[in-house]
Design a protein around this ligand. Structure first.
Ligand code: AMP
Ligand code: ZN
Length: 492
């Protein structure tokens, strides 16, 4: 069965399949590089990545385009405050975005494209809209989209536009839900602001036209899927549809996916509310990148996710449990043959995982299917009932799971080391962050090796060496506890 994905435009679950043997075309709105992204932003990017990875698992060829918005109101505001040009301001945050993608194991889309590299495409689109009577020039030389010219305006967000004021305009890129107004396509040059010379006059593009121009440039006038966070539905995506369809007379994106918000105490996590954490904030507190990814991914994209530190701790334990299970399987030592009940449970888990993902990317059910298998297999192993013939099929189901969730392989130490270097450069490496990161900069496997070395030293009655290893581990935030059933370690 193909993936059935909810389509905001039709209000229904619909199969998502490419047309005419072409790769599936996806346009996902990317970051505005005016600051570090917060984990609410990354919830959206993680779920687009889940979609992408699941389609790849199903062997669907992809052409996934993501934009980088490197000119907009917020960037101009921040660059002006910093006293630099936008070209000097944005590279740092674009780089940080790339690093954060890497840390969260978010795959690179086929194309990552910058708005400022596509000004001619935007200008051409605005010219077409003017020719078609869908755009007009204001007194100051700015251009606006005339929403009264597009009868389909509101079809995505299902807004009732009856109270709309004809000809009322809005100049800012982001505006509230009640103001369906003619929006700026091109903002006339203002003193001290970045501008481009163009046939329509000197100025800079509005945010909405950027995505229309880049999506059509790389995916054609009509394409398969457009994605973004739920806040983009109106006005951003509604405006993209109006601009693109007015220019081409064709359906812009056939399918629309909107990832619902990450909340903090019931409110949207956002810069403007000040209730946000960046990925780096959480790494500095000692949370693992895998746990953050798993938390963001575990609640299906169509449900809002309430962020809590308890949730993050639970996620950390869940990843640990999966990794311990995979290690247990790989360590082997099981009796020959296979266990019929486990063979069946493995098959069921694999099927349930795929069925859950095909059902509108139900990551919660997909995760539950795998944990059910982990429970059954651990119980069997505890009773010496796991057989060597069950190992490979179970590892195959885990691999399928991890092709989508990507938390099993341990990249946490690398992420912690990266965060430490970054924090040091930025002057944010206080004592608490140093202690938290020190423990995570060692992978579990590295700690196991050091602990084993200490055990060996003790067994050889080389207590001096054993003490040095214990102190070394303690300095890195790892505590060793000698119990009656062996030696355990934990992070401080
Ligand atoms: P921005 O960098 O502000 O353009 O946002 C990048 C992406 O993050 C967009 O797709 C937004 O819809 C999304 N986004 C912003 N805040 C949140 C949030 N609290 N939860 C989920 N997605 C969000
Ligand atoms: Zn966009």
């Amino acid at each position: 069965m193909p993936l059935h994905l909810y389509n905001t435009l039709s209000g229904q679950l619909e199969p998502l399949t490419p047309r005419d043997g072409q790769p599936l075309g996806i346009y996902a709105c990317g970051p505005t590089v005016y600051d570090y992204g917060h984990i609410g932003n990354f919830r959206t990017f993680v779920h687009v990545d889940i979609l992408r990875r699941f389609l790849r698992l199903q062997n669907v060829p992809l052409r996934h385009v993501m934009n980088i918005t490197d000119v907009d109101d917020k960037i101009i505001r921040n660059a002006t405050a910093a006293g630099v040009s936008i070209h000097d301001y944005t590279p740092k945050f674009e780089r940080a975005f790339q690093e954060d993608l890497h840390t969260l194991r978010i795959e690179q889309p086929e194309m990552l494209v910058r708005a400022t590299d596509h000004i001619p495409e935007m200008v051409a689109l605005i010219e077409t809209l003017v020719q078609r009577g869908a755009a007009y020039r204001g007194e100051d030389g700015s251009y606006y989209f005339r929403i009264a010219s597009f009868p389909g305006y509101g079809k995505l967000s299902k807004k009732d536009l009856s109270g709309m004021e004809d000809g009322a305009r809005v100049d800012v890129d982001e505006y509230d839900k009640d103001s369906a107004r003619d929006f700026a396509l091109w903002k006339a040059a203002r003193a001290g602001e970045q501008k481009w010379e163009a046939s329509i006059g000197a100025g800079r593009p509005g945010w909405h036209i950027e995505c229309s121009a880049m999506a059509m440039r790389y995916l054609g006038e009509s394409f398969d899927l457009h994605a973004g966070g739920e806040d983009l539905m109106f006005p951003h995506h509604e405006n993209e549809i109006a601009q693109s369809e007015s220019a081409t007379g064709k359906t812009f994106a056939r399918h629309w996916m909107h990832v619902r918000f990450l909340l903090v105490e019931g409110k949207k996590m956002s810069k403007s509310l000040g209730n946000f954490f960046t990925l780096r904030d959480l790494l500095l507190r000692g949370y693992k990148s895998s746990a953050i990814r798993f938390l963001l991914a575990s609640v299906p994209y169509r449900n809002q996710l309430n962020f809590t530190f308890d949730g993050l701790t639970e996620s950390t334990q869940a990843v640990e449990r999966l990794r311990t299970f995979a290690q247990r399987l790989r360590a082997g030592g099981f009796a020959e043959g296979s266990n019929a009940a486990l063979t069946a449970a493995t098959e069921t888990a694999g099927k349930n995982f795929i069925a859950a993902m095909e059902d509108d990317l139900n990551t919660a059910e997909a995760r539950a299917a795998i944990f059910e298998l982990v429970r059954a297999a651990n119980t069997a192993a505890d009773h010496n009932e796991l057989r060597s013939g069950d190992v490979q099929p179970m590892l195959a189901v885990l691999a399928q799971f991890d092709a989508v969730f990507s938390v099993l392989e341990d990249h946490d130490a690398e992420a912690a080391r990266f965060a430490m270097e970054w924090a040091e450069r930025e002057g944010r490496l206080d004592a608490a962050a140093t202690a938290a990161l020190a423990s995570y900069a060692l992978s579990d496997a590295e700690i196991d090796t050091m602990v084993a070395e200490r055990n060996a030293a003790r067994a050889a009655r080389n207590f001096a060496r054993a003490d040095v290893l214990r102190q070394d581990l303690a300095a890195k935030g790892i505590l060793i506890e000698d119990g009656k059933d062996g030696v355990r370690w934990r992070r401080k």
